[in-house]
Design a protein around this ligand. Structure first.
Ligand code: IPE
Ligand code: IPE
Ligand code: MG
Length: 254
């Protein structure tokens, strides 16, 4: 069997349950075409549609996409405004398609910073897809990993103050229940497009044991083929979670 086909057959058995993606490179994609940055963001929405449908079809349980970070407010006001508009229109347009694909849509991040109009769109998107039983699509908007952890700490502190929780009971397991994505399996595979090798304040706690995959492909060019490459790389990795490879092999052979 060639390396390629063995990776392909392995990938069927070793499909990540949860994929988390930093969709980066929209601006450079546009610049390469002498287009305004916004054209790259628009093209990025098309790539989102593709990856969502592919993940749904392959049987991935959850897909978390970083759409707007808590640091992205630092961009020029015009770009921020256009991104907000794009999120609003894309949602209005795509929810029907998500329903057709049995996708359940959710958002994580501090949405209180958004306009009332956008906040209700986010809420509607969640409500209109909540009965779906296929892929869970999580979109991170005004999200920051440090915010997530601080927010969890605040919720926990309040419970301690109110006497609902004992300080002794705070451990990793309990802490995680106050974080975003607490009801989903942890991300198994992290993908970042656009060539940068950093986490940029995305899921900090939740990525503790994710397999990391970086590609130079710019987000608007990310398609089924590039997704398959990431999946094939994932399928070839041995996840040891602190154990030795001998232990893992023994367990897999058992
Ligand atoms: C990612 O693409 C999209 C968002 C952060 C909203 P960028 O806009 O960061 O694209 P580059 O990194 O400038 O190419
Ligand atoms: C990360 O991309 C955020 C999103 C993709 C939404 P950035 O392009 O903002 O990341 P940095 O600033 O280059 O690290
Ligand atoms: Mg970028």
């Amino acid at each position: 069997m060639s390396e390629d086909s063995s990776a392909l057959s392995a990938s069927k058995h070793r499909l990540p349950r949860h994929i988390a993606i930093i969709m980066d490179g929209n601006g450079r994609w546009a610049k390469n075409r002498m287009l305004p940055r916004f054209a790259g963001h628009k093209a990025g929405v098309e790539a989102v549609r593709g990856v969502v449908e592919n993940c749904a079809r392959k049987g991935v349980e959850a897909l978390t996409l970083f759409a707007f970070s808590s640091e992205n407010w630092r961009r020029p006001a015009k770009e921020v405004g256009l991104l907000m508009d794009l999120l609003h229109t894309a949602l209005g347009r795509e929810v029907k398609r998500l329903n057709e694909n049995n996708v359940r849509l959710r958002f994580i991040g501090d949405r209180t910073a958004f306009s009332e109009k956008l906040q209700s769109r986010l809420h509607e998107g969640e409500e209109e897809t909540k009965e779906n039983t296929g892929l869970t699509l999580v979109v991170a908007v005004n999200y920051g990993g440090m915010w997530d952890i601080a927010h969890a700490a605040r919720l926990i502190a309040r419970q301690v103050k109110d006497g609902q929780l004992d300080v002794q009971d705070i451990d990793e397991e309990l802490f995680a229940t106050f974080l975003s994505l607490n009801d989903l399996p942890g991300p198994d595979l992290f993908i970042r497009t656009g060539g940068e090798m950093r986490i940029s304040n995305f899921l900090l706690w939740q990525l503790a044991y994710a397999e990391l995959y970086f590609t130079d492909t710019l987000w608007p060019d990310f398609n089924e083929q590039t997704l398959n490459e990431a999946l094939a790389s994932f399928a070839k990795r041995q996840r040891r979670f602190g154990r030795t490879s001998e232990q893992v092999e023994q367990e897999e052979g058992a």
